[in-house]
Design a protein around this ligand. Structure first.
Ligand code: T1G
Length: 692
């Protein structure tokens, strides 16, 4: 008998309660307890019905992910669900919090499901590089219909209880005491002798979805965006089996696909990111430090970043004041924010009333004194040290004591900004990524004087804004941009050595990135990088020349590529190819042919090497932090686990040797294998040996 699962009876109704904090993951001991009590309730003549509920903040949020990759132990979740389905008495699942994955599959094995109002139900397995493995791909479409089930399983996103009720996934919303409501529901089922039809036997919605051509067309919309991920393709195969195979065979097929994926490298990589994401915000030396409560925020600057950051606060329910130097710039910034919200609302992305509510939380002003009572101020002014130091000096004289003063700089020295105030302990970096209201990463830059309270508050705010906070130290470009610089230099070098922009970009998109460096540069605007390079005394042989002739990318319809009017589709430009060839010739570089693998290695190995330097310097605490930064901030394919996890899969000795070859070829000392990489390679170890 497991103490994680208990049973009591309430007037002939057995209430089985799981209590395995923090998220009632269905680990081995829970499965043992559940099976034991389900069988006991089945056999007990005094029990007429069963309710399965959970203590704590949520119903079962899935299988225990830490058990993956280990030998499976009986009973499996499938065995527990089959025991529930074999019970001749009504079994009701009482859902609250986030019943996800195996938790929702457990509920789908029950005869009925009732839910508390705020419940969010989902099958997020695809985010772990797997598919539902306990019947979700077969039972969910039988309850909700194929379209809705496909959307839930292929996106992995949860749906709210009300939507689940409308779709037939839950049978009742219980407004008050959930378990009492579930017991009452059970009694009604018994009293009304309601037929106990197992979900697995409800074929009407499956029959309705029988047209395979329609199914395949809908599925293609999802798999075309898979970018090399196996799980979406497997999920479609499992769902298709629901239409083509009898349930028992289809469940078997789902299990085969699940077991193949869970043992695969992609799922290992995505599980690594799952746990690394949760570790990245943990800073051992501030464990237990209370974050200050943030009721009001302010953003200095209403440009692209300032506007996006203000939206983050408004989206999280925090009133925010946006300050600009002039009325015109302020109006332009707020118009962009309003337009963004209207676009989202027009696509059905905002609940009724939310548009006005969010815009209503944003107040614009040109009076800096208006931010005096803000609990946190995020500076997002022009990326120039002088301009920022001036802003910090003025904020220091205005903002109330105890407030956090953060900079959204993407590479400037946070310690220098802190020294331009009388309260360096209240200063740190909060580096958002463009578009700030969309990108999930938040690089939290801890300065030398940043206090534990300030850091804890910034991390808590990051989480509240729905971001993935990753704590890093101060250096030029912090972690992400510092590594990106190495990739950008190499990308330009590859052009001179024989590649074309489309060769480099397609190598990275085939690898799994959403976009290659040259298409990305054209999207962001070549002039932005040009200005930063000039400010830092850096050059980019091709990009600089393109900018000198006014080719700034999409905004000028010409950059590394050509763009037809109104189109964002990059087209190769012979003029650029000629410019590259001429530049190479001027530099005495003989251009040759570079294969995809070589291009990938040349782009990724130097940045991995820089990652090793960053770890040795302590700018990043864990290799997993670097992986989280690259996956959530720079589009590194999640199914490869980020650059450091990927490096371990490739092998550090191989990378060390290739880098040696690059250094010999380019003469660039940054290609020299970093001491940490060398040490690990010699020891036959990977970055993972350094801890998550
Ligand atoms: N297994 C093990 N640990 C888990 C876990 C899980 N399923 N879910 C969360 N944790 C840990 C997490 O690492 C953290 O630990 C703590 O719980 C709190 O989590 C058969 C095979 C539920 C929405 O994918 O999405 O079922 O850092 O910080 O922000 O088909 O956790 O404190 O040491 O994230 O409030 C499917 C995963 C599994 C859901 C809560 N289920 N979890 O978010 O807290 S596959 C999932 C989440 C499956 C079946 C298949 C979130 C949450 P620590 P947290 P939160």
């Amino acid at each position: 008998m497991s103490e994680l699962v208990s049973m009591r009876t309430d007037g002939g109704v057995a209430v089985i309660t799981i209590d395995n904090p923090p998220v009632n993951a269905m680990k081995h001991e829970v499965r043992i307890g559940l099976l034991d009590l389900a069988l006991r309730a089945t056999g007990d003549p005094d029990i007429s019905a069963v309710v399965i509920a959970c203590a704590g903040r949520t119903f079962v949020a899935g299988a225990d992910i830490t058990e993956f990759g280990k030998p499976p132990r009986q009973p499996t979740a499938i065995a527990v669900i089959e025991a529930i389905e074999a019970c001749p008495k009504p079994i009701i699942a009482a859902l609250h919090g986030t019943p996800l994955g195996g938790g929702l599959e457990l509920a789908l094995g029950c005869h009925f499901r009732v839910a508390a109002p705020g419940t969010r139900l989902g099958l997020p397995e695809i985010k772990l590089g797997i598919i539902p493995g306990a019947g979700g791909t077969q039972r969910l479409p039988r309850l909700m219909g194929m379209d809705k089930a496909m959307a839930m399983i292929l996106s992995g996103d949860p749906i709210p209880a009300r939507e689940a009720l409308d779709a037939g996934l839950v049978d009742e919303i219980v407004e008050d005491d959930l378990v009492a409501g579930a017991v009452a529901f059970a009694r009604r089922v018994v009293a009304e002798k309601r037929p106990l039809v197992l979900v697995r036997n409800r074929d009407e919605k499956i029959a309705a979805a029988g047209d395979l051509a329609v199914f395949d067309a809908a599925a293609a919309n999802y798999t075309k965006r898979a970018r090399g991920q196996n799980a979406p393709v497997a999920a479609v195969a499992a769902l298709r089996a629901a239409l083509t195979l009898p349930i028992a065979d289809a469940l078997k097929r789902e299990r085969e696909l699940f077991l193949e994926l869970v043992a695969g490298d992609q799922s290992k990589a995505q599980r690594h990111i799952f746990f690394a994401e949760r570790e990245a915000a943990k800073v051992p030396d501030i464990a237990g430090v209370e974050a200050c409560d943030v009721k009001r925020a302010a953003v200095i600057g209403a440009g692209t970043m300032g506007g996006g950051i203000a939206m983050c606060f408004a989206n999280a329910g925090i009133p925010v004041t946006v300050v600009e130097t002039g009325e015109e710039a302020l109006a332009r910034g707020l118009d962009t924010v309003t337009r963004n919200y209207r676009n989202t609302a027009s696509r059905g992305g905002l609940a009724p009333g939310e548009l006005e509510a969010r815009i209503g939380r944003i107040t614009g002003t040109t009076d800096l004194a208006a931010v005096a009572d803000a609990d946190i101020v995020v500076e997002a002014v022009f990326e120039d040290m002088g301009v920022k130091q001036d802003a910090f000096g003025r904020l220091d004289r205005i903002v109330k004591p105890g407030a956090v003063i953060a900079s959204n700089t993407s590479y400037l020295d946070i310690d220098a900004l802190a020294r331009s105030t009388t309260r360096p302990q209240a200063v740190l970096g909060m580096h958002f990524f463009s578009p700030a209201n969309v990108m999930r990463l938040l690089e939290v830059v801890r300065g030398a004087a940043t206090s534990p309270e300030t850091l804890a508050t910034a991390i808590a705010v990051g989480r509240k804004l729905g971001k993935v906070p990753a704590v890093v130290g101060v250096c030029h470009g912090f972690v992400g941009n510092r590594m990106l610089r190495l990739r950008s230099v190499e990308a330009e070098r590859l052009l001179l050595e024989g590649a074309l922009p489309q060769d480099v970009d397609s190598a990275l998109t085939d690898f799994g990135f959403p976009m290659g460096p040259f298409a990305m540069a054209d999207l962001a605007g070549l002039d932005v990088g040009w200005r930063m390079r000039k400010a830092q005394g850096l050059t980019a042989p091709i990009a600089d020349q393109l900018c000198e002739c006014g080719r700034y990318g999409q905004k000028t319809a010409r950059g590394f590529y050509l763009y037809e009017p109104g189109s964002r589709t990059p087209k190769p430009d012979p003029e650029v190819e000629r410019l590259i060839a001429d530049t190479a010739a001027q530099r005495g570089i003989t251009r040759g042919t570079l294969g995809k693998d070589e291009i990938i290695e040349r782009l990724l190995f130097p940045m991995i090497n820089e990652g090793a330097r960053i770890l040795r310097e302590g700018i990043a605490r864990r290799p997993g932090d670097i992986d989280v930064i690259w996956v959530y901030g720079y589009g590194f394919p999640v199914h490869r686990g980020g650059p450091m996890h990927y490096a371990d899969a490739v092998g550090l000795a191989y990378i060390r040797d290739r880098l040696g070859g690059f250094e010999h070829k380019t003469g660039d000392e940054r290609h020299r294998p970093a001491p940490l990489l060398e040490e690990l390679a010699v020891a036959g170890k990977g970055f993972a040996s350094l801890g998550q």
